[in-house]
Structures are given as C-alpha cells and as structure tokens.
Design a protein around this ligand. Structure first.
Ligand SMILES: C[S@@+](CC[C@H](N)C(=O)[O-])C[C@H]1O[C@@H](n2cnc3c(N)ncnc32)[C@H](O)[C@@H]1O
Length: 481
C-alpha cells in the first residue's frame, strides 16, 4: 500500500468538524477519509455503475454480468443466491467482475481500548459500549454516502440483529470482507500502525459462502476495488460462491463453528460429506506443514538444511536438497563444507564431476515433484484450486522439473508446462502479488548479493559453475527457446 493513501483530501472535509478531544474522534476522522476516498474515486471509475467491468479476453468480452436484479436468477436458496445468467461458462482464472466498495471501515479500531471505559463496567457492558460507539461511527459514515449507496447498503443482509449490534454495524459485520492492512499516518500520541479495514459491496457482498468456493477475491489497491475471479470453471446457471473462513482445511466442525455467527449451516460438498472431506483435509494439512508450505522447501534445504530439518521438511527432499547445496557451495552447504574440512562436519556428498551434480539435481527434482503432485491431487479432489497451497505446489512442481531439466530437454518441456500452470494460478491473485512484488524483489536482490559475496573468493566453486554452465548449454536449448 502506497504511503500517502490516507493523506488524500477528504471530500467531505468541509462539512465535517471531527472532534479532536479523544481517541474515538480519530477513528471517525480516518474512516471518513477512507470512505470518502472510495466514494470520490468511485465517481471517477470508468465504466462504473451497474455494468460489471469484465476482462477483455483476447478481444472478446465473454462475461456480461449485470447487477440489475433481472440479470440474476433466483436459486434454490431463494432471493439469497446470485447466479450467472445468460452468460457463457466461465473459465478457471477468468475475471468475473470488479467492484468498488460502498463503504470501508476499520475492522479493528485501535482506539477502542477497554481502558477507555469506567472501571466499574463489566465485560458485557464494555462490549455493548463499544458496539454503540461503532454504530455511531457507522451512522456518520453512511450519512455521508450518496442516497442510492445508502439505500443499497441498507438493503444488504444483517445476521447480527440480536447480539447488541446496531443495524448499520450489523450489516457491515455480515457483509464486510477484509481488504488488508493499511499503515496510518502519525496521529499525535499514537505511533504509526497498521489497521485492518473491512469493505462492504453492493454485489460482491451478496455472494454466499461455500467452504469449497468457485470464486476468489483479490483486493486491488490502485483501483480501490475487489477483483472477483473464478477459481474453478463455472457453468452457466451455477451459483457463484466465496469463502468466509480463513482455513479451508480445518475440520468440518471447526469450519461450522467459525460460520455460526452468520446464522446458517453450510451445506457445501465438504460439509455434506465430512467422512470423506475431513480425512482428506487432514492429509492435506499434514502434507502442507504450514510453515514450510509458505516457503520454498527446495531452497530451504539448499540454503540451510538445519532449518528444513527443524521445520519437519520431507526427509528425502531435505537430504537431496542439502546434498546439492553442499555440492554447489550454497550458503548452508559452504558452512557444512568448512566444518567438514576441519573434520567436524557431516560427511559431504561424493562429487567427482559435473555429472554427479546433475544427478543430485535430478534426485532433488524428483523428491520435490512427488509429494507436490500428491498434494495437488488431494487439493483438486477436495475442490480447493483457489487456495494459496495450490499455487505453492504448482510452483514446486515447476521448480522440481526445472531442476531435472538441467540436462534433459524432455524435462525442460515439463518444466515449461508446469510453469505455465503456475502462472495461470498466479493470475487469481495478481493484484495482491503486484503489491508484494517490490518487496520480494528487494529481498531477492539482497540475498543474491550476500550469496555473491560468499562465493566471490571461492575459485574452486567458480570453476565448477563455469564447467556446469558450459555443459548445460551445450546439451540443451534455453528454457522456452
Ligand atoms: C454476506 S451475506 C451473503 C448474501 C446474502 N445471501 C444476501 O442475500 O444478501 C451472508 C448471509 O447470507 C446467508 N448465507 C451465506 N452463505 C450461505 C450458505 N452457504 N447457505 C445459507 N445461507 C447462506 C446467511 O444468512 C449469511 O448471514
């Protein structure tokens, strides 16, 4: 998120005189800035309005989704369901619609500390006071919205009618989707900090939940909009669903517990067949050790086998990866080789020539691909092709084949095939990825520099790499050539 986002002028600044005597007024002030920004920018959005913006698919706008009521057919769940109607089938990865929020509000207001209430208040009383305070904030926000947006907002579902929430807050709690952390500018007395914001939409908030959804959301900060994409092929007439929960492979009972506050019992395929889904989800969870799955285990082994070991990385993968790391003098391997020279370290791999390295790479590739393919199959069977794990495993298979492709043209083709699949997946979360891109790039540059420094004085290593490169490019064309 770009700094200065909240510094933009408040379109309603002239009509508002935010109080500055206590913390809560700051929430109002900042939230109004955010809400005002969304509304101000909304008025500049090209092609905005009832017509949903659709991706230009090779010159063909295939999806003609409209938000007028007759564009949707009512499904078995009654007026609650939104379906694609009179539009062609939608492919995996295709953009269904983009939408700016009606309203944005801080989901975790930092200034609502329980310490701000009288000492004699019970927890229940504090909670009620906080809900009242938030409802007041919502009233101020909604009051500033154009009349048609106010009407659209008030028509949205509210499943918090009996828990002390005011009506406007109830709607935000029922329909809001998190849109990320935003760093707020310095406020006297408060350090710069991140707050999570929640956004409510006219159309996207109408989409029902499924633990195995066919669509996913991607928040695009530059256009201040959510992009809704198909995470599975969607047939004409089929209901579009999104997930409201954070961990898709939690057991059914846990998912149902998280959904209880929405006032419905999910009947998706997984919830209807827990005896099939739960063991499979458990297997996925075990395979995708949460810590290791977020990083590239192959690189982890190459760089520092001790970390991979500590995190419970797949044994075969760890062994092949650290052997290659040692042979190539990667940071972790170099460390181990030095220890070995001093007679302390573990036995190093027997590298007689470059072919040994190719063989090790091949082994590492195989050991990477095997568990990753198993994970992909389970995720596909479970209908979780829009999850971060799915993308992570596609990338692992692609990396595995790249390793095997060092001296094999056939494997090179496989690597390209999987690389393309992985790129297609990445399109689902293109916006979020773009936002992280710069950060990743910087990190990559830093580690490259560090690696270079370590190897600069290692003549033996340089000779080995030179020889390997020569042999590699003599035996096969460059990837994709
Ligand atoms: C964000 S709203 C979704 C849109 C809502 N159906 C509407 O008509 O505006 C969330 C509410 O929709 C209903 N809902 C969402 N997913 C559901 C599902 N899978 N089965 C039954 N009701 C669901 C619940 O009442 C829930 O509180």
């Amino acid at each position: 998120m770009k700094r200065g986002f909240l510094d933009k002028p408040n379109a309603f600044g002239k009509t508002l005189t935010p109080r500055t005597d206590n913390g809560s007024s700051n929430i109002v002030q900042q939230s109004l800035k955010l809400a005002a920004l969304s509304l101000a920018e909304q008025s500049r959005m090209p092609g905005e309005g009832d017509e949903a913006k659709v991706e230009n698919n090779g010159g063909n706008n295939k999806v003609g989704l409209k938000s007028s009521p007759d564009a949707y057919r009512r499904g078995p769940k009654g007026p609650d369901t939104y379906r694609l109607n009179d539009v062609p089938d939608i492919e995996y990865g295709e953009l269904i619609l983009t939408e700016r929020p009606l309203l944005v509000f801080p989901a975790s207001p930092r200034h609502m500390s329980s310490l701000a209430y009288p000492k004699h208040f019970t927890i229940d009383q504090i909670q009620q006071a906080q809900l009242n305070q938030l409802e007041k904030l919502m009233e101020t926000l909604v009051d500033q919205m154009p009349k048609e947006n106010q009407e659209a907002y008030k028509k949205l579902a509210n499943c918090h009618q009996e828990d002390g929430s005011g009506p406007l807050l109830g709607i935000a709690r029922t329909n809001g989707f998190p849109i990320g952390d935003y760093y707020e500018p310095k406020i006297p007395g408060f350090p710069e900090a991140a707050t999570r914001y929640s956004a409510t939409f006219k159309d996207i908030s109408r989409i029902n939940h499924s633990c195995r959804p066919n669509a996913c959301r991607d928040w695009d900060s530059p256009t201040f909009s959510f992009h809704l994409r198909a995470s599975k092929p969607i047939k004409k007439g089929q209901e579009i669903t999104l997930s409201y929960i954070s961990d898709a492979v939690d057991p059914t009972s846990e998912r149902q517990r998280q959904l209880a506050s929405y006032g419905f019992t999910c009947t998706c395929e997984a919830c209807s067949n827990p005896e099939i889904s739960d063991p499979r989800s458990k297997q996925i969870k075990e395979l995708l050790n949460p810590t290791v799955s977020m990083i590239n285990p192959m690189m982890l082994g190459l760089l520092d086998p001790a970390i991979g070991n500590g995190l419970g990385m797949d044994k075969a993968l760890l062994e092949s990866s650290s052997s290659l790391g040692m042979a190539l003098g990667m940071p972790g391997g170099t460390q181990m080789s030095k220890e070995k020279k001093k007679g302390k370290g573990p036995p190093g791999p027997g590298v007689e020539n470059v072919d040994d390295i190719f063989n090790m790479a091949k082994q590492l590739g195989q050991n990477t691909i095997e568990p990753a393919l198993k994970g992909l199959k389970l995720l596909e069977e479970e209908g979780l092709t829009g999850t971060i794990w799915y993308g992570n495993l596609l990338e692992r298979v692609s990396n595995g084949y790249t390793m095997m492709a060092l001296n094999s043209r056939e494997m090179d083709r496989e690597a390209m095939k999987w690389h393309q699949k992985s790129e297609k997946y990445k399109k689902l979360f293109k916006s979020a990825r773009n936002a992280k891109w710069r950060e990743e790039k910087e990190r990559e540059e830093k580690s490259k520099k560090k690696g270079q420094e370590m190897w600069n004085d290692d003549e033996e290593y340089k000779k080995l790499v030179d020889e390997m490169n020569k042999k590699m490019f003599a035996t096969r064309p460059r990837l994709g050539a």
